[in-house]
Design a protein around this ligand. Structure first.
Ligand code: KIV
Length: 269
């Protein structure tokens, strides 16, 4: 396993055909576990709004919320490249806001930031951030901050014209200076075309096997989410395991089976 992962490492991994493994983390223990497991990129995603805070969408997440979780994840991350999501309204309103908010995330320990979309405003923000030394990961396809514009969590790039637009968007973020791009819920064949045409690594989620890497959400792959999704695989069933453990704890307390003398203290007479 190579040493500290940097944005340069990811470029080299693409060049060498080595797959990039990315995962979200939101707190100190999840960061420690992901890092120890050899995950290459840890993202403090604005999915924290759904997974940790119980919101329906990512829209209520603020820069302060990301900062709070980022600081904990920073303390648990050694090897992985640490990327912080820029939440809704933190980069699309003005270039000055984007640079200032990205700077705050970098000062809190992020090594790169991620933004959604490729509108002219977002491209200006990417250019400005890259211009002062902030690495930017782009995010295209089913970008959750635009969920109300899409009218739901639906496959993007369904028609030939939508596919061309996504290909152009991917080229635009690359030319603007993004060091990698997340492709979310788009046809696998389109993700393959984009991956073949870009110099920068593509990181898929619901985008098939031909991307340069894969990103998943902590709660989804560990079976902590209530729902199951087509784009994910549950590598554990922690929701069920935790519920069983908590029920057993509650039963044993009620039946005076816990604590026993082994977990109790006494003083010598
Ligand atoms: O916030 C997030 O978790 C993300 C990933 C799904 C890419 O943006």
């Amino acid at each position: 396993m190579p040493d500290k992962i940097t944005t340069r490492t990811l470029q080299q991994m693409k060049a060498q055909g080595q797959r990039i493994v990315a995962l979200t983390a939101y707190d100190f223990p999840s960061a420690q576990l992901a890092d120890a497991a050899g995950v290459d990129v840890i993202l403090v995603g604005d999915s924290v709004g759904n997974t940790m805070l119980g919101y329906e969408t990512t829209l209520p997440v603020s820069v302060e919320t990301i900062l709070h979780h980022l600081q904990a994840v920073r303390r648990g991350t050694r090897r992985a490249l640490l990327v912080a999501d820029m939440p809704f309204l933190s980069y699309g309103v003005s270039v000055e806001d984007a640079v200032y908010n990205a700077g705050a995330l970098m000062q809190a320990g992020a090594e790169a930031v991620k933004v959604e979309g490729a509108s002219p405003r977002v491209l200006d923000a990417i250019r400005a951030m890259v211009g002062i030394g902030i690495p930017v990961m782009a995010h295209l396809g089913l970008t959750p901050q635009s969920i109300h514009q899409f009218g739901g969590y639906r496959l993007q790039g369904r028609t030939a014209s939508e596919q061309e637009a996504l290909l152009e968007a991917a080229q635009a973020v690359q030319e603007t200076g993004a060091f990698s791009v997340v492709l979310e819920v788009i046809p696998a064949s389109l993700a393959r075309r984009i991956t073949e045409q870009l110099r920068i690594p593509t990181i898929g989620i619901g985008a098939g096997v031909h991307c340069d890497g894969e990103i998943q959400v902590w709660h989804d792959i560990l079976g902590l989410s209530e729902q199951t999704y087509k784009h994910t695989r549950r590598y554990a069933e922690l929701r069920a395991a935790i519920t069983d453990a908590l029920r057993q704890y509650a039963d044993e307390v009620r039946q005076r089976q816990f604590p026993t003398p082994a977990q109790s203290f006494e003083v010598d007479k």
